[in-house]
Design a protein around this ligand. Structure first.
Ligand SMILES: [Fe+2]
Length: 429
């Protein structure tokens, strides 16, 4: 076992062990050790092997950078990057770090530019990240300046590989990661393409918040349909996701790292819930009615049997379709105990004004204060506080014990198990 220290007569597990001291508990499938959420060394290995490893990381929607010169600041894992569209229409992703002294040169969230100029010493880069110009390259009055053999070509920004799928832009540090369609796998692609069928998107707005928890907790949360039926009053009361509805928790069959939580709500939002089911759910409140029932209208527009699909795409993307509200959530890890969440809400370019208004209205479900975004933030904060400050050190995952992968039951932890089985193989635990 990893290092322990004795505190007032009892054993306190180290919450920040070195990677070499991290040994996964014996019953590997049904236990998660606290150090995956708290160790700095584990976090550093995750950045290296996962975010900078053989993965495709979400960075932007093409709709955010439609024209030449358009750019957006983004992140791959915690690493700041710029996503830019060049004159030839290509999308380029490079690190937001000046090749000279390391300044994060791009300071605006979004914009249009002919070139990027670092504010510190005004080194300039083109829209593909190539070094263009250096002030006083030849010095002044034949004194100072760069050596004769300095070549701009050798000092460009660090460039990443880029791919797109139906308007969604991904970047990778890996030279041999598989094509995006293969990476996503057929079972995940099916629901992904229902949201992104290839028609032009229209960005409707953003939410942004910091969560005082480990980034993996967000993946777990969306691979955990059990909590959805218990924590979220709104889902339960208005029948959006109720134990007993037609639903599935899908997991990709290749690695087990991506997932889709899918459910079909009943047409009648006030439909009678089975009394047996009701008894198990403390968050069910009888007789609540909405003032504005348009809020929960589901206009069928997708090639899908589901009214909700929540997809976790490893390692940093959530694709969210809750009835007619659409969004992507970009997970930006920020150390073992903090993450940023960037929500981009969108519709389609050919939506009518009425449809746009409907999507925006339903968008109130989402975001840091959304009717069902709200409780997750709080719950994950509680978990981080618990694992960080307690003396015990194991999380228990025994629902539908032994099963790994896709499950037809909401009362299951089989998808979380699949993710950690994959995680352990990549991380060497
Ligand atoms: Fe939730």
């Amino acid at each position: 076992m990893y290092q322990s220290q004795t505190v007032v007569g009892r054993t306190l597990a180290s919450k920040d062990p070195a990677a070499a001291d991290c040994v996964w508990p014996q019953d590997a499938l049904h236990c998660i050790p606290d150090w995956v959420y708290t160790s700095n060394a584990v976090y550093e290995r995750e950045v290296e092997r996962i975010f900078h490893g053989r993965t495709w990381n979400y960075v932007a929607l093409e709709a955010e950078i439609p024209s030449a010169g358009d750019y957006k600041r983004s992140y791959v894992g915690p690493t700041p990057v710029v996503v830019a569209r060049a004159e030839d229409g290509s999308i380029n992703v490079f690190e937001n770090r000046c090749a000279h002294r390391g300044a994060e040169f791009c300071r605006h969230g979004q914009g249009n530019a002919k070139e990027f100029v670092c504010p510190y010493h005004q080194w300039s880069y083109d829209l593909k990240g190539n070094l263009q110009g250096i002030p006083f390259k030849r010095g002044v009055n034949k004194e100072g300046g760069m050596p004769r053999d300095f070549r701009n070509e050798d000092h460009g920004l660090r460039k990443l590989r880029v791919t797109t799928r139906h308007g969604v832009v991904f970047a990778s540090y890996s030279h041999d990661v598989e094509p995006i369609e293969q990476y996503l796998t057929p079972e995940i692609l099916e629901d992904f393409d229902a949201v992104f069928p290839g028609k032009p998107l229209k960005v409707l707005g953003y939410y942004r918040n910091e969560l005082p928890c480990n980034w993996k907790m967000y993946h777990e949360n969306l691979k955990d349909p059990y909590h959805a039926t218990l924590l979220h009053s709104f889902l339960v009361v208005f029948g959006l996701l109720v134990a007993g509805n037609k639903s599935v928790m899908k997991v990709d069959g290749v690695h087990g790292r991506h997932g889709t939580m899918a459910s079909a709500k009943k047409d009648d939002i006030y439909a009678e819930v089975n009394p047996e089911t009701k008894k198990e759910m403390r968050s069910f409140h009888e007789g609540l009615r909405l003032r504005d029932e348009r809020f929960l209208q589901y206009v069928k527009e997708f090639d899908s049997p589901w009214s909700v699909t929540m997809q976790t795409i490893w390692p940093n993307l959530v694709v969210q379709r809750e009835m007619n509200t659409l969004g992507v959530r970009h997970i930006v890890p920020n150390g073992p105990d903090s993450m940023l969440m960037q929500w981009t809400m969108f519709g389609y370019a050919d939506d009518s004004e009425e449809t746009t208004r409907h999507r925006l209205r339903q968008g109130n479900l989402m975001g840091p204060a959304g009717f069902l975004g709200l409780e997750d933030n709080e719950a994950m904060k509680f978990v981080q506080e618990g694992v960080r400050r307690s003396s015990t050190d194991i999380n228990v995952l025994k629902l539908e014990s032994g099963k790994v992968g896709t499950s037809g039951s909401l009362i299951s932890e089989a998808a979380i198990r699949a993710m950690y089985q994959y995680y352990r193989s990549v991380m060497g635990f």
